[in-house]
Write a protein that binds this ligand. Structure first.
Ligand SMILES: [Zn+2]
Length: 254
């Protein structure tokens, strides 16, 4: 980098160099009435204007700014829009604890959680209820482990079936708690999925797996890709609409 590259004075008064093509982020605390907000200002090379959003999971205010602006200008926007941020936060869906009596959807079907401390069976489904043995403080972890395993089992079977249909070799299939994407496909053919998809109706899971398997043949979202998706699932349109409408709800659990 040349020593005459552009510089910006950050909020803390430090001189920071701007590296073109990279996203830089600064965090600020903003007192908002009796609330303490976290404001994350991201300077993005492709940003054309200032945008503000509230991240549902963390409740952080995220301001994206173009490279020509200083981080404090992002903070100024958040300060001016405090009322809007607080209104958004008040409307956010509250998290649902994985506790006795709560209803947890599995394959889109609500299953009441039933604590059975005396049993020694781990987690199992009985008469439509999701039963959990052992100590109360371990219920959430046991249920999450079970859901992850269930997601891995269902997704692996679907992915293998669809990859065979497509005639493409399938790499590793993993599940994790991804924040922003429901699934991804690496250039090596490894697929990764968010375990929370096991909570969604089966047709949604079917579509997301079909989408990632289709990337084994087409590494883009062009017309040929979507035609391939349609050969692997008949639910693309309905599932995309469902995820748009209800996707955030899946992130409320646990
Ligand atoms: Zn895709």
């Amino acid at each position: 980098m040349s020593s005459t590259g552009p510089t910006e004075v950050g909020f803390a008064g430090l001189l920071r160099s701007v590296i073109p093509g990279t996203v830089r982020e600064e965090r600020f605390d903003l007192a908002c009435g009796d609330r303490q907000l976290v404001v994350r200002v991201r300077r993005h090379p492709n940003a054309r204007r200032l945008t503000l959003r509230v991240e549902p999971r963390s409740g952080d205010a995220v301001v994206t700014i173009p490279c020509r602006l200083a981080f404090r200008e992002g903070l100024d926007l958040a300060r001016r829009k405090q009322g809007w941020i607080l209104a958004r936060l008040a409307r956010l869906p509250q998290p649902i604890a994985l506790a006795d009596g709560a209803a947890l959807p599995v394959g889109g079907v609500p299953h009441p959680i039933c604590h059975r401390p005396e049993a020694r069976r781990g987690v199992w489904i009985e008469n439509g209820a999701l039963c959990v043995s052992g100590r109360r403080e371990h219920m959430a972890r046991r249920l999450t482990d079970w859901l992850r395993a269930e997601a891995r089992r269902r997704i692996s079977a679907l992915a293998a079936e669809k990859a065979a249909l497509l005639g493409r070799p399938l790499g590793r299939v993993t599940v994790r708690d991804t924040r922003s994407r429901w699934g991804s496909c690496s250039v090596r053919g490894d697929l990764s999925f968010c375990w929370r998809l096991v909570l969604a109706p089966d047709f949604v899971l079917d579509y997301v797996v079909a989408h990632e398997v289709a990337h084994l043949a087409e590494h883009n979202h062009g017309p040929r890709f979507w035609r391939t998706v349609d050969t692997l699932t008949s639910h693309a349109e309905a599932a995309r609409a469902w995820l748009k409408r209800h996707g955030d709800e899946l992130r409320r659990y646990g």
